[in-house]
Design a protein around this ligand. Sequence first.
Ligand code: NAD
Length: 454
Amino acid sequence: MSTLQIVRNPATEQVLAEVPGATVEETREAVQRAKRGFREWRALAPGDRATLLRAFGAAVLSHNEELAQLEVRNAGHTISNARWEANNVADVIMYYAGSVERLLGQQIPVAGGVDLTFKEPLGVVGIIVPWNFPMPIASWGFAPALAAGCSVILKPAETTPLSALRLAELAHEAGIPQDVFQVITGVGSVVGEALVRDPDVAKIVFTGSTRVGVRIQELAAAQVKPVTLELGGKSANIIFEDADLDRAASSAPYAVFDNAGQDCCARSRLLVQASVFDAFLERFEAAVKAVRVEDPTLETAEMGPLITPEHRERVASYVDENTILFRGACPEGPGYWYPPTVVGIEDSSHRSVREEIFGPVVVVQRFTDEAHAIALANDSDYGLSGSIWTSNLGRGLRMARALESGALSINSHSSVRYWTPFGGYKRSGLGRELGPDATDAFCETKNVFINTEL
Ligand code: NAD
């Protein structure tokens, strides 16, 4: 029997909704429905599938404000971020709607006949997402999966199911069949694990912690089931002495404190060349203290609360008062607030330097030269994103090639564009999402030889 899960507003602690927590049996039934949906969806003419996806994208766009407000309430995101997120979902659906008629095979020269390849959809895809960016991350999985002809079961995080449920309604209103796109809510170790174990689920796309990602890969291995894993990060923001220090310092807070640091791409290690350490830190302190941490419904808000009281406790456990260089302010009273915090720790074996804190805490370290910066930046189990600030483009590219990381930017902090690939090195993940090739992750390639000499 289903249990009910309470959903709260992290900025006010008020109860927003109760949603069902599905059982293993209910998950199994959803998979059986998705199997039927898959047969129907893959048989649809490509142009018709594309039309339905475009209608879904248009519905998301026209409900942008409603979806954004829902995410502000459920995830504590600032309203400006939440609007970007809802728009991103519409863009991602539209982009992959355009790939349905472009799932091209090849004709390969062979003797005695013709050789053709076909891209064929995998089947039912389970998409398991975290609470930090509930909407966009879900769409990075479901949009290319649907475009490829797969049916989808989306499992949102326990704390943030509301936008996923609303997206499913919009999909169905736009004409995408119920069995083709389902959302199932519940506990990760029950519903998520049931999806991974189910032999009728052809692929799992998982975004979340490295700990759970490892478990999912182990379980999937028993069935040789493909997985895409987008996991944790501990990315570096590297400031060279020849950088535009004003620009580097004024943007650095947003590279780590955006979404209250609950961002897998957060540049949570700040590496500063020793020769400009003081000059940079002085500018950075002013920028950190200027970050507006406030009610996320306000247009001026730049940072909201953390997701739960337990998470706030976990974040705080990483901060030793003696290491704090300076910190910003945050509201008092209800809500799971935590101030932007800057700590100085030179010992690279310290747990705050090595582990993903996933909150508004940045560790500052200094380096002497390029080789030292590369050694420090790569001294991590993770490799998701990172930034390099320098006015020397040769150095910027040299550094970018030397860093063991999947999504880098030079003189910028951008990590995600829906039309460029995104994913991690090392324990930050496996496979890539977004970009022109994302549909390939939801297809098998079939090779067919036709004998023309009979
Ligand atoms: P989490 O691993 O605890 O949970 C993620 C999802 O997995 C949730 O839906 C949860 O219910 C489900 N789950 C939990 N146990 C499961 C199990 N045994 N089997 C199947 N599913 C299970 O992560 P979280 O705390 O929700 O999210 C934070 C983490 O996500 C951070 O580590 C962050 O870096 C990572 N993240 C990575 C990316 C990326 O693209 N690389 C993006 C966002 C977040």
